[in-house]
Design a binder for this molecule. Structure first.
Ligand SMILES: [Zn+2]
Ligand SMILES: [Zn+2]
Ligand SMILES: [Zn+2]
Length: 318
């Protein structure tokens, strides 16, 4: 209660309600207010706090509360203890047992659900659930259910969505890749893994070489993509004013092959000529990638590496 820090030099003693100590000024002298309280189911005990309030005792449950004298005269005061008791009784009717009142809020209590898990809920929510207005869901059971559903499709629930979006969770695929997926989608197994889905890696792909004429900094990019031209113009975030060209693109049977050939090229270039790599700080946001950008001096060596890839795969498909 908000009165616990109030202290008056005129108060004779404190009245305790729970952990609160309420400064008492003396007995109630107004018979009209006393009569109004009695008629409404309460005994008026004492004048407290700023003298405009009273301590009243409920005839039904015998518990005390502080109320303004004006409220007692003009309205029907409610007893919060009786209301809470009524709600706890309602909870018991649907198999939800009351554990204790909340330390944080007068509106909340701790309850144990029929599943055995404990929840912290508003009393009125528990009562409306008992009336049948809604189900009293268990967060722990719900997450366990989501985890079990996702396992059927090879995903493991790993927690809250990284994006924080409602209705999403973070899942890890059997391949090790983690991604946010809508809970409703995983129910039906409608969730392609961005790490290993066949759509991405088993269709034909290309290893490519781009030239990007950043102002004052012409660079080369080596990478792989199913559609190199689209990658160059739409996915790298390069300004429209910057001239770009696809110097070369070698078609390969799958994305897997393209990715491993590309990785191999970067490994060789980095090992033999680390100075050819353009640091991210040099081009910043001008190209939406963190690596795979080279100075023009790398061009001849890149062509040689791509010639080699081309020759090996031409042999295989011949
Ligand atoms: Zn009461
Ligand atoms: Zn539960
Ligand atoms: Zn996967």
């Amino acid at each position: 209660m908000i009165f616990s820090t109030f202290s008056s030099p005129y108060a004779r003693f404190n009245f305790r309600i729970g952990d609160d100590r309420i400064p008492v000024h003396g007995p109630l002298k107004r018979d009209d207010v006393r009569a109004a309280a009695l008629a409404k189911g309460f005994d008026a005990i004492a004048v407290v706090v700023d003298r405009s309030r009273l301590i009243i005792r409920c005839h039904t449950c015998g518990q005390h509360q502080v109320k303004r004298a004006s409220v007692i005269s003009k309205n029907q005061p409610e007893c919060p203890h009786c209301i809470r008791n009524r709600r706890i009784a309602a909870a018991a009717r649907i198999g939800v047992s009351f554990v204790r009142h909340s330390q944080k809020s007068q509106r909340h209590g701790h309850f144990v659900l029929p599943c055995g898990h404990e929840i912290h809920r508003q009393y009125y929510r528990v009562e409306s659930a008992a009336r049948g207005d809604h189900a009293l869901g268990c967060d722990i059971c719900r997450e366990n259910r989501y985890a079990a559903q996702s396992l059927r499709f090879g995903w493991t629930l790993s927690g809250a969505a990284h994006s924080g979006r409602q209705g999403y969770r973070r899942y890890r695929h059997t391949c090790g890749h983690g991604q946010d997926i809508m809970v409703g989608n995983i129910l039906w197994g409608d969730c392609a893994c961005a790490g290993c889905s066949p759509g991405r890696t088993s269709r034909p792909s290309h290893i490519y070489m781009f030239r990007i004429h950043l102002p004052g900094l012409p660079v080369l990019k080596l990478g792989y993509s199913a559609r190199p031209a689209k990658r160059l113009r739409h996915q790298l975030g390069i300004a429209k004013t910057v001239k770009t060209e696809v110097i070369r693109a070698i078609r390969l049977p799958t994305g897997h092959v393209a990715r491993s050939e590309e990785t191999q090229c970067h490994t060789i270039l980095k090992r033999d000529h680390p100075e050819w790599l353009v640091p991210k700080s040099a081009y910043g946001d001008a190209i939406n990638t963190v690596s795979e950008i080279y100075y023009p001096i790398a061009e001849a060596r890149m062509h040689a590496l791509l010639d080699d890839i081309d020759a090996r795969h031409a042999e295989r498909s011949a």
